[in-house]
Design a protein around this ligand. Sequence first.
Ligand SMILES: [Zn+2]
Length: 244
Amino acid sequence: MIVDAHTHIGVERLFNLVMTSEELMATMERFHISKAVVQPQAGAPDIKQNHREIFELAQANPGKIYGLASFNPVTDEEEYRKNAEWAVNELKFRGLKLHTNGFSISPQNPFSRKVFEMGRKLKVPVMIHTGAGVPQALPSLVIPVAREFSDVPIVLAHAGGGMFAGEAIIAAQLCDNIYLETSWVYAADVAAMISAIGADRVMFGSDIFQNIPSHLAIYENLGLSDRDYEKVIGLTAASLFDLK
Ligand SMILES: [Zn+2]
């Protein structure tokens, strides 16, 4: 079972991208991806509408599509709380995203705290963008908050994004609740991640549709045991995000 732990639909004005639900479903079919965790775009023209679109796609494709909420935390406490509760309790989204690059905010910024607090309250993982967008996106900035919120699973999206893969590995070695999602990561670094922290905390993700074939090929050619391959390609994400 292949699970894409990180993809999107919607109009992304920040990175000049459009990702449609039709394209998502077609690429999943083409590459035999059973389930996908789908996020809104940080630069969506209407972020709540983007969440609704994902919800509708999930309703139309039960057991295949799962949402992950993404709201800018630079807002008042009450507004963020309401949005996070709406997404998790009503739309049944499986986690909260902190887009350090899209919202230009460090995980250490006091505004970011509410994301971790809501992850704890709603009992869902928090995914944090890492890699492109330094300094806010440095993996090491997550270490203090991962220690403080040691009961909240934290996924480093892009696991340092190539340039900072080594730092992402160190963060995960220091904090048992840190997981690594490997879109945009080089093959040798994916291998290093699995050998450093094990297949139970590393997961395939694509971020954009064009990455799917090359990223799947990386995992197929690492020489993993069948058990570890099954985990990193799908089981780890399915278990973390509770994709039943
Ligand atoms: Zn993304």
